[in-house]
Design a protein around this ligand. Structure first.
Ligand SMILES: *[C@@H]1O[C@H](CO)[C@@H](O)[C@H](O)[C@H]1NC(C)=O
Ligand SMILES: *[C@@H]1O[C@H](CO)[C@@H](O)[C@H](O)[C@H]1NC(C)=O
Ligand SMILES: *[C@@H]1O[C@H](CO)[C@@H](O)[C@H](O)[C@H]1NC(C)=O
Ligand SMILES: *[C@@H]1O[C@H](CO)[C@@H](O)[C@H](O)[C@H]1NC(C)=O
Length: 524
């Protein structure tokens, strides 16, 4: 080939690349009777999604729906904004990019033992496709992972580190477990390798070794013995040391998973450690806080709470009243999803009001965990995707900076879980069939994680018509100098105008659908 031809071919290929003309692979849909579709990935085929940068005067929209669309990409030209008239004909949402709220930290999932076991049980090509699906630029671009410190209910057996010897104040036998080396560390590192941003890892203890507890079992009513307060703080530093040594820096720790579980003795049969707000405050102020801040890992963030929205902010307020110095040590407050259907989101706004310099992050959520739910794994369930979308929109509109899903993948029954606490996951694996499937929840996560990168700011978006409130929405400016809006339409087909300055994007929404729209931020 002549040099000129090479240049032409090269340029053509490069332009195709820029245009995203190396087309996305669509969902290989398996319809599920009476449900939405699931998307099937085998060793040679898995759907992908690329983000197209909107050029001046255009917008790009991505839609997923109960009807079976998955990241359906459309582009359009921005139109001169219509005059807003009373009782306007088409629903219009007005963006206010100068009215900025919290900065977004990230979205992600959890590297539990169960997730790692299921992942490793897939063939190598499928393992790679699963990781790419979550982390790479052809996937959801997750930038956050929560990792348990030791075992959880989503392990094949309960365990902690330094279980033996007992009463070992110095933690002389602290080593990582088989599960860390075989499953969690490889899974996290595989994610870090293809991620499009630094992956922030949040580590959490469910239960310390039983010998540290008043009732020496993993689950059930129990407290930390006071003589082991410092040991339990050191336990966290040892974990951070070990993971950092394996090439996985820890961005944050939480102060124990769901501390009210072990307090009530309920525990739901899962690994737990009970704390009152008073004892927790004392431990943070006297042990955990000073230990972390005096260590090599003094910049690791400390997240208090890590419990249901229902108990927060009451629990945090009590803790701060009893031990005001807690505020010197904590950086943020972590909340869980499971009581959101009874706990008003206004509770989150109270936190922002009381503690304006602490961020709020949602650290755990899954579907299918309730006793009244017939199916733990519900293939093709659109309501479960909608549940995620509505919760994320509500959380972010009440100040939350990030949202982390629970197990990144589970098997067909929603495990393994030694505690028989079977639940759903955005990815379900079928190693004997050589496939994994992506539930609608997978796409629910991606409508936020892929398009709202770390450093984005939530902005004001308001309905201009009296019925403009019927579409759920949240909007952001991004570090890519764009504005991103995520909309959920629970009704039938409808038109929506997204107004930014003197231009508008005109979007037609499918029934029961989520749409992410990205447009240039002309205002900045
Ligand atoms: C993998 O999936 C693709 C798309 O659905 C299909 O065309 C192909 O036959 C599948 N391969 C195998 C080995 O099943
Ligand atoms: C140290 O822990 C390992 C398990 O990680 C255990 O097999 C061994 O017995 C422990 N050593 C002592 C001295 O207890
Ligand atoms: C470091 O530890 C000392 C006591 O050992 C304590 O007085 C001090 O407050 C700690 N530093 C921080 C930043 O917590
Ligand atoms: C791995 O998958 C096979 C099916 O191919 C299943 O029988 C086995 O229980 C799985 N192993 C684990 C550890 O889940």
């Amino acid at each position: 080939m002549e040099f000129n031809k090479i240049i032409v071919v090269f340029t053509a290929v490069f332009l195709c690349y820029l245009n995203g003309a190396f087309a996305d692979k669509p969902c290989a849909a398996w319809p599920v009777h009476g449900k939405s579709v699931v998307c099937v990935c085998n060793a040679t085929y898995c759907d992908t999604v690329s983000r197209t940068s909107p050029t001046a005067g255009t917008f790009v929209a991505y839609t997923s729906s109960a009807g079976g669309s998955r990241f359906k990409k459309t582009t359009g030209n921005l139109q001169p904004a219509a005059k807003l008239e009373p009782g306007c004909g088409t629903e219009t949402l007005v963006l206010y990019p100068d009215k900025k709220y919290q900065t977004i930290e990230g979205f992600g999932g959890s590297a539990t033992d169960a997730a790692g076991i299921n992942w490793k049980n897939l063939s190598e090509p499928l393992q790679e496709l699963l990781i790419n699906s979550y982390f790479s630029n052809e996937g959801l671009e997750y930038n956050t992972i929560r990792v348990p410190i030791g075992g959880t209910d989503f392990s094949t057996h309960p365990y902690a580190y330094n279980d033996q010897p007992e009463n070992d104040v110095k933690l002389s036998n602290f080593t990582l477990a088989y599960e860390d080396y075989q499953y969690k560390i490889p899974m996290i590192k595989a994610g870090m390798k293809v991620a499009t941003a630094p992956v922030h890892v949040i580590a959490t203890t469910w239960s310390p070794p039983p010998w540290m507890k008043t009732n020496p079992v993993y689950s059930g009513y129990n407290r930390l013995k006071t003589q082991y307060y410092q040991t339990y703080a050191d336990y966290h530093v040892k974990f951070i040391e070990k993971y950092t040594g394996e090439g996985i820096p820890i961005w944050a720790i939480t102060t124990t998973n769901e501390p009210t579980n072990g307090l009530t003795g309920l525990c739901f049969g899962i690994n737990c450690l009970g704390w009152t707000s008073k004892t927790m405050g004392k431990w943070i102020v006297n042990n955990l806080g000073p230990t972390i801040r005096n260590s090599t890992f003094k910049n690791v963030k400390i997240l208090a709470g890590d419990d249901q929205r229902l108990t927060i902010p009451y629990w945090i307020n009590l803790m701060v009243r009893e031990h005001p110095d807690v505020l010197k040590y904590i950086d943020g407050i972590a909340v869980h999803y499971y009581t959101d259907f009874i706990a008003p989101a206004a509770l989150l706004s109270q936190l922002t009001k009381f503690y304006p310099d602490k961020f709020i992050i949602s650290t755990e959520a899954c579907q299918g965990s309730m006793w009244f739910e017939k199916h733990h794994v519900d293939l093709g369930s659109w309501p479960r995707a909608k549940g995620y979308i509505m919760d994320i929109i509500t959380d972010i509109n009440h100040g939350v900076v990030g949202w982390i899903d629970w197990n990144m993948c589970l098997n067909f029954e929603g495990g393994p879980t030694w505690a028989k606490n079977y639940v759903d996951s955005p990815i379900i694996v079928y190693p004997n069939k050589g496939v994994f499937i992506k539930q609608p929840m997978f796409y629910a996560m991606g409508h936020f994680s892929k398009f709202v990168p770390r450093g984005s700011r939530r902005i004001k978006v308001a309905g201009a018509c009296s019925w403009g409130n019927s579409i759920s929405r949240v909007a952001f400016t991004t570090p890519r100098n764009t504005v991103v809006v995520v909309l959920y339409n629970d009704g039938g087909t409808r038109k929506v105008n997204i107004k930014l300055g003197d231009k508008q994007a005109e979007v037609e929404m499918e029934p029961q659908s989520v749409t992410t729209i990205e447009l240039p931020n002309s205002s900045s």
